[in-house]
Design a protein around this ligand. Structure first.
Ligand SMILES: *[C@@H]1O[C@H](CO)[C@@H](O)[C@H](O)[C@H]1NC(C)=O
Length: 334
């Protein structure tokens, strides 16, 4: 590793002389990220990190600069990593708990340059190493996390996404934010870092988890850590929130959603940010979003009413309940 570091300057003249075709990017192992970052900078081309380990171990390495493992006794059962199931201390490679070990120091150094890379290529796939949102939620106090999702079909504008991020940060609370950046069935081209800025992700990483794409929403809403739901009021979202008694901050965007928001409010399941308008009508500012989220999470009356809705929902689908009866009648007629 030291040899590579001390020889990397020799690469510059060689690579700079390759002009037909010119270099367009460097792909390099994580172990040389710091050196390659410098080289790529000098050549004004992007670099990518190629990982040869599991996403889980890679995440551990990426978090290493922030983990203070030396102060942990080996009896401490596990460590928490954002977005991952906890890692038992006994599964850590021994150098990681030896602060001045050369291997650990080397990883710490290189991990600091990960955010400079244009991308990270991992040899894995989503299903095999799915990010465990439930594991992240397990680490949060009951009813402390606001869940933010506008469904799988609607993408907010970039400006509105930034204001929403600003609002979440201002609220000072915990959040789980599922971002949809493009229309359904299209590629998720926008990178979260480009969209929100790496400093936002850095500042909020202790309190917030931002993810893209699909989550098991029912599992999220059923989790005791969830205390509020910023929702577009798609009907599935409303009924799922009702089932688990999660108070809604309604922000309807199109179609049936304003009427669904009326129902939500009337039932006592939520409050409605009425003046937000339809999707794209105006930009809702971070200050306001932050205030509304704080109010939502502190509203004890609303929480009690939402629990009542949960109770009524249960009554409707249990034996003898109104919904159950209708279904049974239909089946009987058939
Ligand atoms: C959190 O909620 C769960 C499920 O409702 C409950 O079993 C647990 O006792 C609660 N924890 C605290 C600290 O209130």
């Amino acid at each position: 590793m030291c040899c590579i570091s001390s020889s990397v300057h020799l690469l510059h003249p060689l690579l700079a002389s390759l002009c037909t075709p010119p270099l367009s990017a460097i792909f390099a192992d994580f172990a040389v990220a710091a050196d390659i970052n410098r080289l790529a900078d000098e050549l004004s081309i992007p670099f990518y990190i190629v990982s040869t380990t599991s996403a889980r171990f890679f995440s551990l390495m990426a978090c290493l600069p922030d983990l203070i493992l030396e102060s942990k006794s080996l009896e401490d059962s596990s460590i928490q990593l954002p977005g991952l199931a906890s890692v038992p201390i006994s599964n850590l490679t021994p150098p990681f708990i030896t602060p001045d070990h050369i291997f650990t120091a080397h990883i710490r150094l290189n991990a600091q340059f990960l955010s400079k890379a244009k991308g990270i290529l991992l040899n894995s796939f989503d299903w095999f190493e799915s990010k465990s949102i439930a594991a992240w939620l397990d680490g949060q106090p009951n009813e402390s996390v606001v869940y933010v999702s506008f469904g799988s079909r609607t993408a907010l504008s970039k400006e509105q996404i930034r204001e929403l991020g600003n609002g979440l940060e201002r609220s000072g609370g915990r959040f789980l934010w599922v971002i949809k950046t493009t229309k359904v069935d299209k590629d998720e081209r926008e990178d979260l870092q480009d969209l929100l800025g790496s400093s936002f992700l850095e500042r909020t990483k202790k309190k917030g988890l931002v993810c893209k794409g699909w989550v098991e929403q029912e599992q999220v809403l059923a989790h005791p850590a969830i205390g509020g739901f910023v929702s577009h009021c798609g009907w599935n979202s409303v009924t799922e929130a009702a089932r688990f008694g999660v108070p809604i901050l309604a922000w309807p965007l199109n179609g049936d959603q304003k009427l669904n928001a009326e129902v939500t409010e009337k039932a006592g399941l939520g409050v409605w940010m009425r003046h937000c308008g339809w999707l794209g009508e105006h930009l809702v500012k971070g200050e306001e979003i932050g205030d509304q989220i704080v109010q939502l999470m502190q509203d004890k009356t609303l929480r009690i009413k939402a629990k009542k809705v949960k109770e009524e929902t249960r009554k409707a689908y249990e034996v003898g309940g109104s919904s159950k009866k209708v279904l049974l009648e239909i089946i009987e007629n058939l």
